[in-house]
Design a protein around this ligand. Structure first.
Ligand code: HEC
Ligand code: HEC
Length: 299
């Protein structure tokens, strides 16, 4: 707790906290020590409910009063030991970040040797090991499933990792590079230079490449314009894994195979991001995940 915007607030909060606690103790002491003199009758508080229910103004019973005192003493002890009073770190120097680091280090020590064992094997061997596959699956569910789906089947914009079709390559090294450094697939917007008609022609040509339903007159015209796409997708439309440009001649679609979606891609372009995980996960887990993904695609 050291992210106050000015040095003023830390002592201010600390003083208000301590003074309020002492005031509570004082109030408790004042209200509970007055005893009745002989013959004196207990007053009521003056509160009346339901016409005739009144409340006596008796001091708290002792056991109850002492519970309050104990609570106050406990709070003072707690605030001395743990952070809570302004930016005072507490005598035990505990912090949630520190505890997280400690648990992380402990986990590293416990599981590190296990990951090291697999790191020494190549990806194919790890993929064939049932225990490693189980570990890989758990890692995948924790770190990857939110985007790629728990079965790695993907969805619109998120590639299917369980098939044999790859944007960036399915060899162990390519998969490891993808996970470690991330990927950024950029398809530039072509709408402005093509115009609506040219876009429609190209979309029909793209559909014809994979044998989809298309208008062959439009596709014929689109074919002449495909030169501007060939730089990335290849002259034959089979894609380029260096750039992550998808193969347009197969039945696998990142965004969809209908004409409207293809027109949308060509017009506005796409900018798709696989975040880098190397720093977050470390080499051991990346190796494990690469083997898991590799294994899925080889089923
Ligand atoms: C925030 C969402 C997100 C998360 C989390 C994520 N990915 Fe991805 N991943 C993507 C996107 C989007 C792409 C496609 C990038 C592109 O089109 O250029 C991708 C691409 C990939 C590819 C390349 C697929 C191919 O066809 O070449 C692999 C492999 C991959 N991810 C594995 C993983 C693994 C393993 C994890 C967990 C550590 C993971 N991803 C976590 C969004 C994510
Ligand atoms: C600068 C390289 C580049 C050029 C030029 C380019 N593309 Fe792309 N295209 C890509 C990349 C990269 C992707 C994948 C985007 C992603 O990962 O989200 C893509 C995706 C696509 C898709 C989506 C495929 C799917 O599976 O859903 C279509 C369709 C497409 N491009 C058609 C074209 C056409 C038609 C042209 C020419 C007008 C063209 N592209 C020009 C790089 C390019």
């Amino acid at each position: 707790m050291s992210d106050f915007i000015s040095g003023f607030w830390s002592p201010y909060i600390a003083i208000v906290t301590v003074v309020s606690m002492l005031a509570c103790a004082l109030l408790l002491w004042r209200l509970s020590t007055r005893r009745l003199a002989k013959g004196e009758k207990v007053d009521t508080t003056g509160h009346v409910w339901d016409e005739d229910l009144t409340e006596y103004n008796n001091p708290l019973p002792n056991w109850w009063r002492w519970m309050f005192y104990i609570t106050i003493v406990f709070s003072l002890g707690y605030l001395a030991a743990y952070p809570g009073l302004g930016s005072f770190a507490g005598l035990w120097n505990w912090s949630s970040a520190g505890q997280y680091e400690k648990e992380r280090t402990a986990a590293q020590q416990r599981f590190g040797p296990l990951f090291d064992k697999y790191l020494a094997q190549d990806v194919q061997a790890v993929a064939a090991d049932p225990q490693a596959r189980q570990m890989g699956e758990r890692l995948f569910l924790t770190y990857c499933a939110q985007c790629h789906g728990s079965d790695a089947g993907g969805s619109k914009g998120f590639p299917n990792l369980s098939d044999a079709d790859w944007l960036y390559g399915g060899e162990p090294e390519a998969i490891k590079t993808t996970i470690t450094a991330g990927r950024n697939g950029v398809m530039p917007p072509m709408g402005p230079s093509l115009g609506a008609e040219g876009t429609k022609e190209l979309a029909n040509y793209v559909l014809s490449l994979s044998g989809g339903k298309h208008d062959s007159a439009l596709a014929e015209k689109g074919k002449e314009k495909f030169a501007m796409c060939a730089a990335c997708h290849g002259a034959d439309g089979k894609g380029n894994q260096q750039l992550g440009a998808p193969n347009l001649t197969d039945q696998t679609w990142l965004y969809g195979s209908d004409e409207a979606t293809i027109i949308e891609t060509i017009t506005n372009g796409r900018n798709n991001m696989m975040p880098a995980h190397g720093e977050l996960l470390g080499e051991g887990k990346v190796h494990m995940l690469a083997a898991y993904v590799y294994g899925l695609s080889k089923k």
